[in-house]
Design a protein around this ligand. Structure first.
Ligand code: GDP
Ligand code: MG
Length: 163
């Protein structure tokens, strides 16, 4: 069985950008279907001699404010059922939200290995604020920038250590 890693998190925290960064060496970035740019859902990632499949759960559901809670609950259900490791992406520029906290509660109860990904940590001074995500009770937040790639090596080291 190959390892499966699922990305969950609120809309606009950078799930798809992270997915694209981690899988970009293997696949094209987006698929254009019927005039709309659709997120890909699955990709392969290789790191330090290990391979895993990555799922962008956010690609399945509509991203809009009024369905946000339903959306994230669906993502989390899929992740808890299917994945070996869950990447819970939060947005350090936006800070911790109530929805982040309720998702963290569900993930903690699931017993799955979870890595908190403090995305949009584009520079040191912003990344420093990732410490607030310790309060989610899911261990060390990994400060990364999905846009510039910083921190993604340490994140991948952590992910493959959990298989
Ligand atoms: P998703 O809804 O969680 O899949 O989020 P997207 O990947 O679509 O990204 C939402 C917005 O955040 C886009 O405008 C991205 O360019 C932006 N974004 C994603 N990652 C980063 C990052 O590391 N730094 C910054 N500054 N913006 C980011
Ligand atoms: Mg997305």
């Amino acid at each position: 069985m190959s390892n499966l890693v699922a990305i969950v998190g609120r809309p606009n925290v950078g799930k798809s950008t992270l997915f694209n960064r981690l899988t970009q060496s293997r696949q094209a970035i987006v698929t254009d279907e019927a005039g709309t740019t659709r997120d890909r859902l699955y990709g392969k990632v290789q790191w330090n001699g290990q391979e895993f499949s990555l799922i962008d759960t956010g690609g399945w559901v509509v991203n809009s404010e009024d369905v946000m809670e339903d959306e994230i609950n669906k993502q989390v259900d899929i992740a808890i059922k299917e994945a070996n490791v869950v990447l819970f992406v939060v947005d350090v520029m936006n800070g911790l939200t109530d929805l982040d906290s309720s998702v963290a509660d569900i993930l903690r109860k699931s017993g799955k290995p979870v890595v908190i990904v403090s995305n949009k940590s584009d520079n040191y001074s912003i990344g420093y604020q990732s410490a607030e995500f310790y309060s989610l009770g899911l261990g060390d937040p990994y400060a990364i920038s999905a846009i510039n790639g910083s921190g993604t090596g340490d994140l991948l080291d952590r992910v493959v250590s959990l298989f």
